[in-house]
Design a protein around this ligand. Sequence first.
Ligand code: AMP
Ligand code: MG
Length: 501
Amino acid sequence: MTLSAREKAAGAAPIAFDNSYARLPAHFHAAAVPTPVSEPWLIKFNRPLAEELGLDTDALERNGAAIFSGNAVPEGANPLGMAYAGHQFGQFVPLLGDGRAILLGEVIDTHGRRRDIQLKGAGKTPYSRRGDGRAALGPVLREYIVSEAMFTLGIPTTRALAAVVTGEPVYRDRVLPGGVITRVAASHIRVGTFQFLAARGDNEGLKVLADYVIDRHYPEIKGHERPYLALLEAVIERQASLIARWLCVGFIHGVMNTDNCAISGETIDFGPCAFLDAYDPAKVFSSIDRGGRYAYASQPAIGQWNMARFAETLLPLLDPEASEAVNLANDAIAGYGPRFQTHWLTGMKAKIGLHTEEDGDLDLVQGLLSAMHRNEADFTLTFRKLCDAAESSAHDGPLRDLFANPADIDAWLLAWRERTGREPLSDALTAAAMRAVNPAFIPRNHRIEQAIRAAEDDGDFSLFEALNDVLAKPYEDQPKFAAYAAPPAPSEEVLKTFCGT
Ligand code: AMP
Ligand code: MG
């Protein structure tokens, strides 16, 4: 495909690319030029993010439809698909690669950080296998909403720079409007990227990739006596921390395959993801997760399983002696559990206003979760109403109302008040600290579904816009958006979430 002179002019250098991944060995990637679409229309441009990236926002806004659909490839881009492998629901696939995502290139943002800019849904790549390289509008909107919400919630995540409608249909179980999302990531290197090289027995390539990752994501490790062991430990640490944070906001990723596990420690690949309404540790939303492998409470263990797969790829780099390499890897993987537990308990304690340490704290947290589970209490609202209860027991009512049997929470509240009484902060300050970690708003699955329905069926993006507006400040009460804090009415409940690939 060649771009017309007009398209080239439209896309002239609004992005100062500096493409380091393209300079890595040729088998790490494959050239992949976006396939033009007939009638692209820019539905969303994330101006604050574009500013943070140091892009020419005016030029991008003017030519957004062409650039963010892939119709005009901006100057300096080096479009490619990245090669990777992956365990999908436990089954190893030695070559997946970006089948519907095209890395345009990298920029150095205004904070000096290298960031990837990628089009997802912009047409086939050499890794598309039988896929069409396209994305349906629904999953594009879902990823836009949820990834930006993760960011405002303060959780490491890829970002959404733009969303377009292509004007062309995509064929899934039915005909759907097509879309493209422009994703920004610290990088798109996954556990699966390492697995791709390991599966080929390419130890030289592994070393190149590991050095690249250290340089790009873990520069503090450079010069370490055992840099690849330090890398393994650092990736494990970020993964343990990330998954703890997911649990603290009730997030279910949905497809924690090793190809969806970013080495940078960002949340990536928002497919059939969703947030809990009623607390249920066994909750699964995804229609493709039939065995419940990626249920809410299974995520920490899966995170460790993914880290074990990562460790396996590093074995040739860890030590020349195979048995020693395995010992080092095993020790590092064993460290995941305690790391996760520390992050999770710290996060959960903060949610109930505890910042000092006492022996019974874990039991107190678990006591609340058990009561929530027994009573099908809404996860987000329970913690948010608990912030009010921290201020005064006069505000216990709305919290008690969330429990099928309110008496079930009363005993817990007594124990909790006894414990918080020994915290140094005043009640008002405790409540304020709790409100800063317990969101009032999350992207509720039924709201996302309503936004997608309106967009797909009626071309109406007002619900999508409203949802993004609410979620820009998830920790503020925003009374005018009160309805968005509510769990679904029975008729609004979404039973399964389709990833729509
Ligand atoms: P995902 O489920 O998005 O994590 O994708 C798993 C693998 O399938 C990745 O290699 C994707 O690039 C590929 N894939 C998913 N959907 C498509 C599609 N529509 N066309 C081509 N490849 C796809
Ligand atoms: Mg993926």
